[in-house]
Design a protein around this ligand. Structure first.
Ligand code: TYM
Length: 327
């Protein structure tokens, strides 16, 4: 029996190279080593207001991108199509202390940025725990910013297992899987800030569907520092970020990186990074253009049917453990 891998991405904004290098590239790479389930988490997206027409367009676009990077059509799940995500989230809400949720750094950042906070924003990590535990995932490939949420998932699973031990352990304990290079890609305009879908600045991120010339322009304008050339052992944050982007796209070794870039002037470094990004995205963009609406519908049907089967089984197990009537 293969172990199970599960991960998710929100259909808000457009996916960028941070999402790709931190998570999606890994999803594609490990998908056949595991029994894999990858969710477009639309129920998470609506924890902050989304324009309905834009949201449904973004869901389609993201599904097309995931298929274009090679995610198997049997592995793609639209979260809202499987009602057990929400059902398990409620059951887990009931065993989760509110203090655990208030401590989450993403909740703090997002709630500070808003005047009125929906309850869903606080519950966000419980829904994420439900995504993971619903499929009894062994491995969760994510970027560094989701590490705290996977830790919380483990805490919730442990608490549930110890509160309701009568039928044995209900949940599998998931492990975080981070990429060795690219777990935290920073903004090009501000290398102290994580690259993010919700950051408005035009020079902040590179979208997976950005055409070559705007990609080159954004990288040539990326913030570095006042040194003239790459000090490989102690690069500033901006240069380190560019080196990371190059290394993650080209899968170069540390030795290759040192040999290529030590002492290189920033202008030349940027040109090489830009070409590596353009070349890395080209095949994705080409397959994206060939994906049809029918393929997306087929993937959602196949993936959701397979997921529902597993999800139903887990929810029955959870209900039994809690003493709810299962018929
Ligand atoms: P989301 O949609 O913000 O991001 C999707 C994935 O991309 C990673 N990521 C990054 N990696 C490196 N550098 C960056 N700048 C960067 N920005 C984003 C994220 O770590 C993530 O892996 N809560 C999740 C979605 C989710 C989920 C789940 C993930 C819902 N349920 C269950 C795993 C398992 C989120 O908002 O990801």
């Amino acid at each position: 029996m293969k172990k199970r891998v599960l991960s998710g991405i929100q259909p808000t904004g457009s996916p960028h190279i941070g999402n790709y290098l931190g998570a999606l590239k890994n999803w594609a790479k490990i998908q056949y080593d595991y029994d894999s389930i990858y969710c477009i988490v639309d129920l998470h997206a609506v924890t902050t207001y989304q324009n309905p027409a834009e949201l449904s367009a973004k869901i389609q676009e993201l599904a097309g991108i995931l298929l274009a990077i090679g995610i198997d059509k049997n592995s793609l799940v639209l979260q809202s199509r499987v009602p057990e995500h929400a059902e398990l989230a409620w059951l887990l809400t009931c065993v989760t202390p509110v203090g655990w949720l208030e401590r989450m750094t993403q909740y703090k950042a997002k709630s500070e940025a808003q005047e009125s906070i929906g309850d869903g924003l606080l519950q966000y990590p419980v829904l994420m725990a439900a995504d993971i535990l619903l499929y009894q995932a062994d491995v969760v490939p994510v970027g560094d910013d989701q590490r705290q949420h996977v830790e919380l998932t483990r805490d919730i699973a442990q608490r549930f297992n110890s509160l309701y031990p009568e039928h044995g352990e209900t949940f599998t304990m998931p492990a975080t899987h981070l990429p060795t290079v690219g777990a935290r890609i920073m903004g090009l305009d501000d290398p102290e800030k994580k690259m993010s879908k919700s950051e408005p600045g035009a020079g902040h991120s590179i979208g997976l569907l950005d055409p070559p010339d705007p990609i080159r322009k954004k990288i040539m304008r990326a913030t570095t520092d006042s040194k003239p050339a790459v000090a490989f052992d102690d690069p500033g944050a901006g240069v380190r970020n560019l080196l990371t982007i190059y290394q993650a796209f080209t899968e170069s070794t540390n030795e290759e990186m040192r040999a290529r870039f030590s002492g290189m002037r920033y202008g030349d470094l940027k040109k090489q990074v830009a070409e590596a990004v353009v070349a890395g995205l080209e095949p994705i963009q080409k397959s994206y253009r060939e994906i049809t609406v029918e393929q997306i519908t087929e993937a959602f049907n196949l993936g959701s049917a397979r997921a529902e089967h597993i999800a139903h089984h887990t929810v029955e197990k959870v209900k039994r453990a809690m003493g709810l009537y299962t018929g």
